[in-house]
Design a protein around this ligand. Structure first.
Ligand code: PSU
Ligand code: MN
Length: 307
């Protein structure tokens, strides 16, 4: 038996076959500064509700894997310092030690699958870092997408990553990378990138059908949905690129490695853009929560036989 606790509203929704959207917690503890991290987490949950689904924010608190947090639990996590960042490798160890940790995309997918949740909304996924040819820094998120059947809605990948290499690895792993409503692969701050998206779907219903078709075929992995940032929140590449280059150089100079790399870069981007990156980040996460709720609603619909 897993030491897992569903919040009452998540338990009820799952029992009734109602739509549920999983939400990660590393974005709260390592992705955004206090107090915007808490207000964003609350707004994301509200957006999921407004679009007819139940939010399930996931984290490990004192050894228990929580799927759905109460408001006080969410606030405690958002305020906490030195919270562990849990990916596939760390999740079970943290639980065994009775520790507290925030889940990355990989660990959130594992928890979602275990709880029976098909859909998950986040901001950006981990991927292949710039310089990975020497650092070997490739996020466990990519391998998780290859093996865990959860549909993950993100805004593409941040240019702190090497986007072409990230897409190559996803292709090798057989992960469907699906742009929502456009041909270009969205690049987090920007709606478009020079890279074509490998796949495209235009409606939540199609995305749900693809999710269900994978399950029917017995395919193990998930789907990555890349949802472009709202136009009003976009940051032009020429503005963000020099800042990313500087942050990446600083990480190398300071010998930042392993799981500290992504939080270090996110932190420096917030500082160097004076909060502009944060506003964009908040807008795109809310946008992703709305789309994920619509997809979850479609997946939860009872199957209709052929006409
Ligand atoms: N990218 C973002 N924002 C984030 C993260 C990545 O734009 O908050 C977080 C997510 O939780 C993601 C994790 O799963 O960082 C990836 O970390 P790593 O690169 O160490 O695998
Ligand atoms: Mn890494």
């Amino acid at each position: 038996m897993t030491n897992m606790e569903l919040s009452p509203e998540v338990a009820t929704a799952l029992t009734n076959g109602a739509p549920v959207v999983a939400l990660e917690s590393t974005i709260i503890t390592h992705g955004m500064p206090w107090p915007d991290n808490l207000s964003t987490a609350q707004r994301v949950e509200q957006t999921v509700r407004d679009h007819g689904a139940t939010p399930a924010t996931i984290a490990v608190l004192n050894g228990t894997l929580h799927v759905g947090l109460t408001d006080p639990q969410l606030e405690t996590l958002a305020k906490a310092k030195d919270v562990a960042k849990l990916s596939r490798a760390d999740l079970a160890v943290c639980m065994a030690r009775g520790g507290t940790g925030a889940t990355t995309v990989a660990a959130t997918m594992i928890a979602a699958r275990h709880a029976g949740i098909a859909t998950f909304a986040t901001g950006g996924i981990g991927g292949v870092h710039r310089g990975a040819e020497t650092s070997f820094d490739i996020s466990a998120d990519l391998h998780e997408l290859a093996q865990t059947p959860v549909t993950v809605v993100c805004a593409g990948a941040k240019a702190i990553l090497d986007l072409p290499k990230t897409l190559e690895v996803l292709e090798t792993l057989g992960v469907p990378v699906i742009a929502y409503g456009q041909d270009s692969f969205p690049a987090f701050w920007s709606r478009t990138s020079p890279l074509p998206a490998p796949l495209r779907l235009d409606t939540p219903s199609q995305i749900a059908q693809a999710h269900l078709a994978r399950a029917a075929l017995g395919l193990p992995g998930g789907q990555l949905i890349a949802n472009p940032i709202p136009t009003t929140a976009e940051i032009p590449p020429e503005e963000i690129e020099p800042i990313i280059a500087r942050a990446t150089e600083e990480a190398a100079e300071k010998n930042i490695t392993g799981k500290s790399v992504t939080p270090f870069l996110l932190d420096r981007l917030f500082e160097l853009t004076h909060g502009r990156s944060l506003d964009a980040n908040i807008a795109l996460v809310l946008n992703n929560a709305a789309l994920a709720a619509a997809i979850a609603t479609e997946i939860a619909k009872p199957a209709t036989g052929p006409a």
